[in-house]
Design a protein around this ligand. Structure first.
Ligand SMILES: Cc1cc2nc3c(=O)[nH]c(=O)nc-3n(C[C@H](O)[C@H](O)[C@H](O)COP(=O)(O)O)c2cc1C
Length: 338
């Protein structure tokens, strides 16, 4: 199967099949501590949040999703328009397709046309860094979208289930070290739904990575996505729920702040305002999600996505008010009980 068809398959399966983890993201184990005397004016509550030195309207990074086949251009273009309008950061999908097939560049380049001022991140798989990403490829990825950061995705679970997936993961850490040195823009490392534990996070931070997006278990299961694509469906079903819950990842990695300076993004099933604020109370600086955005787009276009975002924003301001907080920086673990 060509890489272009595979990318299209991923979007189709994510839109049409049940691909959610059975286990939840772990945030459900926490409740907010209600404040009956908040001393806060709802109208003055702000949802602004910072990441990599920029201030955004809301702590939501639209996670890397697609690019590399013709229809992907339209998806990327709409996400770009949405993020430009709402001052949100976003990532394009893996640019491997574009490096291997230069004719697919346009489905990525469109994002900078539609979002001239937005924060946009490039994206490449860890396996493509083995032996070191060449200067030529790095420049092509960054320049095509005038990227503000480069995201490396780690997805060994998905690759092992994908029939045409990579099997060698040896040398990725070294590849990340090289990328950190070579790249003029910050490097973010993310999983794709199976989570990052504190020891892996420590190795990434020691390599110079500036932002970690945990992409933990509880949302889209990429084992499920690949199992749905396999003709022998069922063979690897026992891996459908493999992964570390998002809340666990955030709690573990947050403890590394005593030793390292970094920013932390909570994602993996973080699909509601409640989960977004809980993640920040637990120690995340920002949140991200993927599937809800593409589902909203396909179910009702940009208007529907805007409605979803407006609901998240309004509810976040309600939650902050009910916690007695004027902004997200005031949120901390004391606002939660387990
Ligand atoms: C349709 C689709 C395509 C994706 N493609 C990529 C990709 O190319 N690169 C990447 O880093 N992550 C990719 N992801 C993973 C997401 O960025 C995210 O980490 C994962 O889906 C977990 O988040 P969620 O539970 O909010 O969906 C994709 C997700 C979706 C839904």
């Amino acid at each position: 199967m060509t890489i272009q068809n595979r990318k299209k398959d991923h979007v189709d399966v994510c839109l049409n099949d049940d691909v959610n983890y059975q286990q939840n993201n772990g945030l459900q184990d926490y409740q907010f501590v209600h404040n009956a005397l908040p001393e806060v004016d709802f109208d003055e509550v702000t949802t602004e949040a910072e990441l990599l030195g920029r201030t955004f309207s809301f702590p939501l990074f639209v996670s890397s999703m697609t690019g590399g086949y013709s229809e992907a251009g339209s998806i990327n273009s709409q996400i770009a328009e949405f993020c430009e309008k709402n001052n949100l950061p976003f990532g394009v999908g893996s640019q491997r397709a574009m490096l291997e097939h230069p004719e697919e560049r346009e489905s990525f380049a469109i994002v900078r046309e539609k979002a001239p001022t937005a924060f946009i991140a490039a994206n490449i798989g860890g396996a493509q860094l083995i032996g070191g990403l060449s200067d030529e490829d790095l420049n092509l990825m960054v320049n095509t979208i005038k990227a503000d950061a480069v995201i490396v995705h780690l997805n060994p679970l998905q690759e092992l289930i994908q029939p045409e997936g990579d099997r060698n993961f040896s040398g990725i850490e070294q590849g990340i070290r090289k990328l950190v040195v070579d790249s003029e823009v910050p490097v973010i490392v993310k999983e794709t739904g199976a989570g990052i534990n504190s020891e892996v996070a420590r190795r990434l931070l020691a390599a110079g990575v500036q932002v970690i997006d945990v992409a933990g278990a509880g949302g889209t299961s990429w084992a499920k996505v690949e199992n749905k694509r396999r003709k022998d469906f069922g063979v690897f079903e026992s891996f459908d729920n493999w992964g570390i819950q998002t809340a666990d990842c955030v709690e573990q990695i947050n403890n590394l702040r005593e030793v390292y300076r970094f920013e932390l993004i909570a994602s993996g099933g973080v699909y509601s305002a409640h989960d977004m604020v809980k993640s920040i109370c637990l120690g995340a600086d920002f949140t991200a999600n993927a599937r809800p955005v593409i589902q909203a787009l396909f179910n009702g276009g940009l208007e529907n996505l805007q409605q979803l975002f407006d609901t998240w924003t309004h509810q976040t301001r309600m939650i902050l008010t009910l916690l007695g907080c004027k902004n997200l920086k005031q949120c901390n673990q004391n606002h939660l009980i387990k």
